[in-house]
Design a binder for this molecule. Structure first.
Ligand SMILES: [Fe+2]
Ligand SMILES: [Fe+2]
Length: 331
């Protein structure tokens, strides 16, 4: 059954233009001319994605979206705003009030990309709620497609993390959660605009700030889908550093949950050993020596030792497929 998308704007010609734009989509389009009408519709129907204008008589779009967050938390909220109100929109994103914003007058392709991401985000939460493994992996791969340098990254990170977890005799159930958490660790990137993800130039301050939100957004998805705490921890804390200088919480040492420290080692190792547009991936022995230099500052020294030991002592323990392929930009 197609999901519902709801457009809210006080100008009828805009509503009609939006409806036309998504005619060929597998979505059912609903329209409302003000916040009140929109709220009535939301009481009656499941809305996957809500695209709202900001300046409307009565309630503003932002107010509407924060109400919707309360009454229909699964609905993905997109704000349309004039360029002049950009600061408000960015602030709303940072506070988690809205998923993304679109500047008016909009560019059709940009708007379609954002709505696609919104629909994907909605489907991710729905699927994760009663996910089987095949679905989880294919979701992780959908997210990787957005970021052209991360193909295969999640699966390789899972394999490395499991290698480490096995050596630590982590219980079976937790190992399963580590696998799923590794697959999903970057799922918050669904909220990061393509233009930032696939930018070959160094990112400016604002872009870096948005990029750094991906652990938080990903953890929101996982919580909404009622995934286990181990999985949420992996997603939320995979960019923490052992010395406390990571993001977003700045946790130090063993205050970072073990599962997140494990995945961080796997994530960093995979990023180093895979090709980037601007450099070739390192050879395993080179990457292992760099890992050693990250002991105690970026990574848990004990875990690095065990991991390096596993990689060098028992090459047969490694799945061949985890030794090659793309990789994530460590931003
Ligand atoms: Fe990440
Ligand atoms: Fe990653």
């Amino acid at each position: 059954m197609p999901e519902n998308i709801l457009f809210v704007d006080d100008e009828e010609n805009i509503l009609n233009a939006l409806e036309r734009l998504f005619l060929d989509y597998d979505l059912r389009t609903l329209k409302a001319q003000n916040a009140k009408e929109a709220l009535q519709l939301i009481q009656k129907e499941h809305i996957a994605v809500l695209v709202s204008d900001n300046l409307m008589p009565g309630m503003t779009g932002l107010e509407l979206l924060s109400r919707v967050k309360e009454i229909s938390p699964d609905t993905v909220r997109i704000l349309m705003t004039a360029y002049a109100n950009l600061a408000t929109a960015i602030d709303a994103i940072n506070k988690g009030e809205v998923f993304r914003f679109v500047v008016k007058p909009w560019d059709d392709n940009v708007l379609k990309d954002i709505v696609d991401d919104g629909v994907n985000r909605y489907r991710i939460v729905q699927t994760l709620r009663n996910a089987d493994e095949a679905k989880l992996l294919s979701l992780a791969q959908t997210i990787e497609l957005k970021d052209q340098y991360t193909r295969g990254h999640c699966d390789r990170v899972a394999n490395y993390a499991l290698l480490l977890a096995e050596s630590l005799s982590v219980p079976r159930q937790t190992r399963l959660e580590i696998k799923h958490g590794s697959w999903l660790h970057d799922c918050g990137k669904i909220g990061v605009p393509e233009i930032i993800l696939n930018n070959a130039e160094p990112l400016d301050e604002n872009a870096v700030a948005i990029m750094k939100k991906h652990p938080l957004w990903g953890a929101d998805v996982a919580r909404q889908a009622q995934l286990s705490q181990v999985i949420v921890n992996i997603i939320l804390y995979h960019h923490e550093r052992y010395d406390g200088r990571g993001y977003l919480a700045g946790l130090i040492g063993e205050n970072i949950p073990l599962e997140a420290r494990i995945v961080a080692v796997a994530d960093v190792y995979d990023a180093m050993t895979t090709d980037r547009p601007y450099r070739k991936g390192l050879k395993p022995e080179e990457a292992i020596s760099i890992l050693a230099s990250l002991k105690g500052n970026v990574l848990d020294p004990y875990l690095v030792e065990i991991f390096a030991g596993r990689l060098t002592d028992t090459p047969s323990a490694q799945d061949k497929s985890i030794m090659k392929g793309g990789g994530e930009g460590k931003r």
